[in-house]
Write a protein that binds this ligand. Structure first.
Ligand code: GLU
Length: 476
């Protein structure tokens, strides 16, 4: 691929961001948030958001991990412009740039062997000097070059400082005497990661590099490569990591780490986007917002410098609001994907029709898909229902007697909310009991469960025939 083939190449000032995961494992939620920030930043500015798979490390990169990243992003609802770019596929271009640096005199061939470098370090250490390698080849006359393997090193500035203007970290200064002449091309002709990143970001026209702050030190070394080529340095934004609820570095013991685990736990993608956008970035006191609002509001200056803490309660609350606001059909679609992702059986046609009819009353106050499924039991199960222990308890002899009085009235009632409410209220009054007392056994009879939508919603969704049949089943 030549530079001009890369999507995003341009001469104008359009914003271009990228997500550049290494395909060495699952898509971590930290990575997902990095992708989200880049996506929001570009999409909110009419810019481009690109995806680059950093598969240069052949030993650790796997096609399965690439697949998992693409699948994870697709579920998360993050789209990118053009085709994903393979970093490895661009290795010839990386090597070409290393040779251009040589031609410009901003890099040099270094013939030092591993032993010589180790010897240099040992001597420096013994003398109490910095052990940063100073190659004798930096200023050597090419006429003296041996016919031997060499690496290409960039000429790092020896004096002064390299300053990173970071949108999140502020001005970060690195002393140049602490940066070595890093290797850009190995002796086997393969590019180093540090070179590849810069060449790719340049060729892709990336204007803002937004990534984890574990890459902050790399920004200084990468700046050397930009300067060596006379290229514009992109804007930097190094975002703090996500920590667990206890404020410690996120690890397995904090629960889910991979994005796909969140899908399998039944969090809706819109809620995850909202929550992860809010994690480390804020817009006033707004906790709940839509993608459109996030795109409009997102800015690097409002990213917090302290690590953000995962808060599952907040995540659930935000997810609940997105579920309540979602379109029924879209929710059903997502719920079916959740079942597949969590290894549960798919819905039958009858079940999915039932869910479609019931969704309006299932989605309010449910924070996750498992909570919807729990409330949906009445429409997913078929007769005869097997009540769980709590429902069984609600169906004692007295309650069953009351239910059997209700049946004939329901048979002849017109099937709308008002009439049904009237009938049940009249029965409660005749029995001298509150509506709540009647609702318990009715719930148990209609759903075989005690956590359900309202009894009237269930009756309306089930219809007359099924409602009456369930009441008869329960009274028997
Ligand atoms: N491939 C790096 C990672 O997965 C990201 C590099 C970058 O964003 O510059 O951590």
């Amino acid at each position: 691929m030549s530079p001009s083939d890369v999507p995003g190449s341009r001469g104008d000032a359009q914003v271009v961001t990228r997500f550049a995961p290494s395909p060495t494992g699952y898509l971590h939620i930290g990575g997902a948030r990095t992708a989200l920030f880049n996506w929001l930043y570009a999409r909110g500015r009419g810019g481009k958001f690109l995806l680059r798979i950093e598969d240069t490390d052949r030993a650790r990169s796997t096609p399965e991990a690439t697949e998992a990243i693409l699948k994870g992003l697709a579920w998360f609802g993050i789209d990118w412009d053009g085709e994903p770019i393979s970093q490895f596929a661009r290795k010839d271009r990386h090597a070409e740039v290393a040779h251009q640096m040589l031609a410009r005199g901003s890099a040099y061939k270094c013939f030092s062997t591993q032993e010589e470098i180790e010897e240099f370090r040992a001597t420096a250490k013994a003398a109490g000097h910095s052990t940063l390698f100073h190659s004798p080849w930096r200023d050597a006359d090419p006429a003296t070059h041996p016919d031997a393997p060499y690496v290409i090193r960039v000429k790092a500035p020896r004096e002064g400082a390299t300053v990173i203007e970071d949108a999140v970290q502020g001005t970060v200064t690195f002393r140049n005497d602490q940066l070595d002449d890093m290797i850009c091309l190995r002796s086997d002709g393969t590019p180093t990661y540090m070179l590849a990143v810069v060449v790719d970001d340049h060729d892709m026209g990336v204007t803002q590099v937004i990534r984890g702050d574990d890459h902050l030190n790399n920004a200084a070394r990468q700046t050397m490569v930009y300067r060596a080529m006379g290229w514009d340095v992109p804007g930097w934004a190094h975002i703090p990591l996500i920590h667990g609820p206890d404020g410690k570095k996120l690890s397995k013991r904090h629960g889910a780490l991979g994005l796909e685990e969140y899908q399998a736990l039944g969090y809706p993608a819109a809620g995850m986007r909202n929550y992860l956008a809010r994690l480390g970035w804020s817009h006033g006191d707004d906790e709940y917002f839509t993608d459109a609002q996030a795109r409009e509001w997102f800015d690097l200056s409002a990213i917090t410098r302290a690590p953000a803490r995962l808060d599952f309660k907040k995540l659930e609350n935000i997810c609940g609001r997105h579920i309540a606001a979602a379109e029924d059909a879209a929710l059903l679609h997502e719920l079916e994907a959740y079942l597949a992702a969590s290894g549960q059986p798919a819905l039958s046609a009858t079940q999915s029709e039932g869910l479609a009819r019931a969704m309006y009353c299932l989605k309010d106050r449910a924070k996750t898909f498992p909570q919807i499924i729990e409330k949906a039991h009445f429409v997913l199960a078929s007769r005869p229902l097997v009540p769980d222990a709590a429902a069984e308890k609600a169906l004692d002899a007295v309650s069953r007697g009351i239910l059997s009085e209700l049946t004939p009235q329901l048979r002849s009632a017109s099937w709308n909310r008002e009439t049904l409410e009237g009938i049940v209220a009249a029965l409660a009054e005749a029995q001298g009991m509150g509506l709540g007392k009647i609702a318990g056994p009715l719930r148990a009879a209609l759903a075989g469960r005690t956590v359900t939508p309202s009894i009237f919603d269930m009756m309306l969704v089930l219809g007359r025939e099924e409602t009456v049949a369930r009441l008869i089943d329960a009274a028997a």
